[in-house]
Design a protein around this ligand. Structure first.
Ligand code: HEC
Length: 173
């Protein structure tokens, strides 16, 4: 009898354990299906790159370290993260594929985090200007600019033949 109860307890504990573990794993790696891939929406994009697919875990821009020297207007020091789609686009120099996200942390010379600027490629969103969705966030995540931002496009437009990208060549010459 005691043995039977013991076996039951072990089985229940085992089943519960698996359930809890699956839950915990789900918390850490949400399945693709429950990650809401954002459209051209700055709030949703921020939620996506902070919560669902945290940019801080992405690759850095190839061959750039953290806090490398930047220029105006972005900041004296920059750390640039790229999602997988962007990373392989840069590596293969094929131009930036649909779904590429580049998230750049902008710092002052004394390493104070000033803003996060993001470029997100959404096919069909803005064919006139490389289909980029532009966004700028304050350190607390507040949206400071987003959409087809003229200032961003005007300056990055100098590199129109490089898919509006300034940091390095993303196309074969
Ligand atoms: C006056 C020119 C200028 C303006 C305006 C500007 N940028 Fe940039 N941006 C640059 C330069 C130059 C770089 C390369 C890094 C550096 O040297 O600072 C860059 C790099 C970037 C990058 C890294 C990918 C890349 O293109 O190299 C992102 C993302 C970015 N900018 C977003 C934005 C957003 C969003 C805006 C508008 C809110 C904006 N930028 C406005 C000049 C500009």
């Amino acid at each position: 009898m005691i043995k039977k109860i013991f076996v039951c307890v072990v089985i229940v504990a085992f089943v519960l354990g698996i359930g809890l573990m699956a839950d915990a794993i789900h918390e850490i790696i949400p399945s693709e299906t429950i990650i809401p891939v954002p459209g051209p929406d700055a709030e949703k994009l921020n939620e996506y790159i902070v919560k669902y697919n945290p940019y801080a875990k992405w690759n850095l821009w190839p061959k750039k370290g953290r806090l490398y020297k930047g220029t105006e207007p972005h900041g004296a020091l920059l750390t640039t993260f790229v999602n997988d789609t962007a990373y392989y686009s840069i590596k293969n120099k094929t131009g930036m594929a649909d779904g590429s996200i580049i998230a750049k942390e902008n710092y002052s010379a004394d390493k104070r985090f000033g803003a996060l600027t993001v470029m997100y490629k959404i096919k069909g969103y803005d064919p006139e200007a490389g289909d980029w969705f532009w966004a700028k966030y304050a350190p607390d995540g507040k949206v400071e600019a987003s959409g087809k931002v003229k200032a961003c496009i005007d300056c990055h437009g100098k590199k129109k033949d490089n898919d509006y990208i300034m940091t390095g060549d993303v196309k074969k010459k």
